[in-house]
Design a protein around this ligand. Structure first.
Ligand code: URA
Length: 237
């Protein structure tokens, strides 16, 4: 790999800023200052030091975002604020959200530039579990729960796959539940609740596969995934 690409991938500045820094002798490889940006290095073995700091090569980045309502799950949008706007100072090129939450849905969103992992998490064949907390108007009957657990007709060609349901509360005309689904159909949770005679008034994603929303992460904030969270996601999907 070229030295300037290494430094660019590490987000140490624009390509021209990086070239300038290299020419000034601010970068050393294996203890020797290197002044040519096209110097070839082995990113796994060579020790690169930039202004006194040893750089460990990384080009894949993983973040957990606590999505607030009111932002769209897109990398760009001409009219609406996007989730990526909340990560404007995050390190990593070509970051994107894995999957989609509706504008009014809150909760866990994985943001990465690891296309392979994203592909595996979203593949319909992998049946990755996603758990949502939903507040709904209406009544959730035992029949309604049984339907959600067996699979319901939401107007698509096929019924939904069996879901896990945990009723949290029920009052005269509203209820809360946790629903775990293994597909990612358009507005799936809202349509499943509709299919059993209710209407979602608040929706939050709590987990996706092995990744769980950090309860200490404020709404609208993000943090890098821990090594363990990344390893668990990669190992299980
Ligand atoms: N199901 C929905 O209806 N909306 C979401 O945002 C996610 C799942």
């Amino acid at each position: 790999m070229r030295l300037d690409k290494f430094l660019c991938d590490m987000q140490l500045g624009t390509r021209s800023q990086i070239k300038e820094a290299v020419k000034k002798g601010l970068v050393s490889v294996n203890g020797m200052p290197v002044r040519s940006p096209d110097h070839k290095l082995d990113e796994k073995r060579d020790t690169v030091v930039y202004m006194g700091q040893v750089l460990t090569y990384q080009n894949l980045y993983y973040y957990m975002l606590h999505k607030p309502a009111g932002v769209v799950t897109a990398t760009k949008d001409n009219r609406e604020p996007t989730v990526m706007g909340l990560l404007s100072d995050a390190v990593g090129k070509d970051l994107f959200p894995v999957g989609r939450l509706d504008k009014d849905t809150e909760g866990l969103l994985l943001i990465t530039n690891d296309g392979d992992l994203a592909h595996r998490l979203l593949s319909p064949r992998k049946h990755v579990e996603k758990t949502y907390y939903a507040e709904c108007s209406g009544m959730l009957t035992a029949d309604g729960i049984a339907s959600l657990e067996c699979g319901v007709d939401i107007g698509d060609e096929t019924r939904t796959l069996p879901a896990k349901v945990r009723r949290i509360s029920q009052s005269a005309d509203s209820y809360a539940l946790e629903l775990t689904i293994t597909e990612g159909r358009f507005h799936q949770v809202k349509r499943m609740v509709q299919a059993v005679g209710g209407s979602v008034t608040y929706l939050k994603r709590l987990s996706m596969g092995t990744l769980t929303l950090d309860p200490g992460l404020p709404k609208g904030s993000y943090r890098p995934l821990s090594e363990k969270e990344i390893a668990d996601l990669k190992a299980s999907h």
